[in-house]
Design a protein around this ligand. Sequence first.
Ligand code: PMP
Length: 383
Amino acid sequence: MSETERYQTHAPENLEERFAHRAAHMKPSEIRSLFAVASRPEIVSLAGGMPNLSAIPMDVMASLLEKLVRENGQEALQYGSGQGHPKLREQICDVMALEGIRANPDDVLVTTGSQQALDLISRIFIDPGDVVLVEAPSYVGALGTFAQYEARVVHVEMDQSGLSPEALRDAIKTLRYQGSRIKFIYLIPNYQNPTGVTMPSSRRTEILNICREEKIFVVEDNPYGLLGFDRPSPNAMRAEDSENVIYLGSFSKTIVPGFRVGWALVPPTLREKLVIASESSILCPSNFSQLAISSYLANQPWRDQIASFVNLYRVRRDAMLETLDATFPKSANWTRPKGGFYVWVTLPAGIDTKAMMPKAIVAKVAYVPGNAFYADGLACRCG
Ligand code: PMP
């Protein structure tokens, strides 16, 4: 009997009524349900952004961890500060300096992956029906979180340079006319998940200006910023605006995701609320994970390590684009990312990539159908 069947057999009849209203918005993500199929060894998986850990020196990692427990076990295995370990918060500021950010460690909250930061921000800002603006398409994990807090997610058009400022102005005007409350805009300016598109500096400035004028917070999610293939990414939006931008970072793509260490850099006025929200969900981020990352940053040539990750991802991007160039029809088009993990393909009109999925699996290829990256989940010829 499968897990689902067992649950269905034993679930009390009125369980749905016992759940809170918000539980109705908790749906499995398209990517998670693909996971089982995509991770079969015979399948070539283009689905899901799994960092490649082959460049991590596991023996070095093992000895750092052993040393951590032997020499600092009393601290590493104890509860810690709700806001995060002070030393790691300082090191995080050094990492952010690579993208032009000057930050005070007091304004950093360490989170359990940046996914937890998305949850906390949603918790402190979103009442049911509030609007969250996002790129079209946008990261499936963020859409899931916003949905659980019953936000009305409104997608704003993108072009090859990311979110369109004209479309943003229009959306704000229409929403305000309708009396909607816009709480924040969620953006992934570097090597966006899922399109791979990067927003140039001038576009960043334009969008920051609009959001400041309109009093809409910008949530800048930047897990891929250090994974540029040819040159560094443009400075972070937070580097230009420290008052209206909530910046999210993560070590998942630059070191390893297994420690689940990410962070939020917030304007000082928001810090206390976020720390309290985090303490109520996890008490404190794992001291063990934080000190492991901290020791890695202090003892390993992590910039070189990231460079070797980048080389590997560049080879993969090239292989993907060469194959698309060689095999796909002219009526299809796709993005040519300059960093990160993702390529976004748009197929000729009339093709539904979700309906095509079973055929792809028979041909031993998995991908994520584009509808997953839209809040309405409607049919899409992308993926
Ligand atoms: N934001 C984006 C855009 C992502 O792609 C991911 C992971 N795929 C996350 C946030 C969450 O990452 P983590 O919780 O591992 O830091």
